[in-house]
Ligand binder design. Structure first.
Ligand code: PLP
Ligand code: SF4
Length: 343
């Protein structure tokens, strides 16, 4: 089986009803579509609300921008000194060598940019690396895209070597959907490319539902950890996918169980055509509050919002300390702090 990209392939696979052909084709003409065999295998076609299908199968709603939507929802353009670099915080930059992904998420925050053939040429990548070399404040390079693990292993190895040679860098961080979206792509050569650095190479795995951690995905993560690459979990809070407390709890436990430390739970960005995934911030905070009481500290991500306009990420709480000088415990009871003699 191959990656499904065309509406007729989705119909043949039983993922789109034939009556919706024209409407879904219009979406596919506007936004990239890809479902790998690994992802298709996880879908329960008998469940009209299947949380895996929901993330990848295009829906006619996507042509409605939705309230407050923006083409560049987190303001990357305002902080892009040259192609392929976003420099928002003094000590770290995003490096985007290519804009392809193994799968295309319907809620993607960079959906207006990904999928086309707009990756960096060799000369543009050299210029981006020069930018990093010339600014000694930069301590961390976050390699993202698109999905940087879509680079052929040889090019990935070269990129890691080039970054490793930049003296002022401490950390090389990759963000990828490949371990869950296309685990077969994590060959020995790809893992070796990542593991070939002296500097710390971290990998943030984008994973939104416990079922995404299939046997193949778990094995891919195991290969990475065994090669000395610490894994972080990155999850987007999505209505109908993981906004249920039991699902979120199971996801966080499954990540930690597979040696992936939950890092961020992202509030959904205001990308066009993603309204069907929106969860109110108050609901996200309630989910976080429930996690705090029920699961290990290892399983707690921080819930963050990327502030529209390019102002960076802000933690959304919830907070446990109030203005009246009380702090809430994991059962929801409040205590004075500092305590008085009676407490
Ligand atoms: C998210 C982001 C980072 C990384 O932020 P961390 O909080 O360190 O994970 C860096 N640069 C840009 C432009 C970002 O959007
Ligand atoms: S893998 Fe990331 S960049 Fe690619 S479509 Fe999904 S959210 Fe967007």
């Amino acid at each position: 089986m191959k990656t499904l990209r065309h509406v007729d392939e989705l119909i043949a696979a039983g993922l789109v009803a034939p009556a919706r052909r024209a409407a879904v084709a219009a979406v596919a003409a506007r936004y990239a579509v890809a479902l790998t065999p690994a992802v298709v295998e996880l879908i329960d076609r008998g469940d009209p609300a299947d949380p895996i299908a929901r993330q990848y199968v295009p829906d006619p709603d996507e042509l409605e921008p939705g309230a407050g939507a923006r083409g560049d929802p987190i303001g990357d353009a305002a902080h892009a000194p040259l192609k392929g670099i976003v420099h928002r915080y003094p000590d770290r930059v995003l490096l985007m060598p290519l804009l392809h992904c193994p799968v295309y998420c319907r809620f993607c925050f960079r959906r207006e940019a990904v999928g086309g053939d707009k990756g960096l040429s060799d000369a543009e990548l050299d210029a981006a690396l020069d930018y990093v070399r010339r600014d000694p404040r930069i301590w961390e390079v976050v390699v993202t895209g698109g999905d940087p693990l879509m680079l052929p292993a040889r090019r990935l190895a070269r990129l890691v070597r080039q970054l490793d040679a930049i003296e002022h860098l401490g950390v090389i961080r990759f963000h990828s959907r490949v371990p869950v979206g296309d685990p077969a792509r994590l060959t020995d050569a790809t893992v070796a490319a990542l593991a070939g650095a002296d500097k710390a190479v971290w990998l943030a795995v984008h994973c939104n539902h416990p079922r995404e951690l299939s046997a193949a995905a778990r094995a891919a993560c195991r290969r990475l950890v065994s090669a000395g690459i610490p894994l972080l979990g990155q999850t987007v809070l999505l209505k109908g996918v993981n906004d249920d407390p039991a699902v979120m709890e199971a996801l966080m436990r499954a990540l930690v169980r597979n040696r992936i430390k939950p890092y961020y739970l992202h509030h959904l960005d205001l990308a066009p055509g993603t309204a069907r995934f929106r969860v109110p911030i108050a609901d996200g905070q309630a989910l976080m509050r429930r996690l705090r009481g029920r699961v290990s500290g290892l399983c707690q991500p921080s819930y963050v919002l990327d502030i529209p306009g390019g102002h960076g990420k802000a933690p959304l709480g919830p907070t446990y300390l109030d203005d009246a000088g009380t702090v809430e415990d994991w059962r929801g009871q409040r205590h004075r702090y500092p305590p008085t003699d009676d407490d």
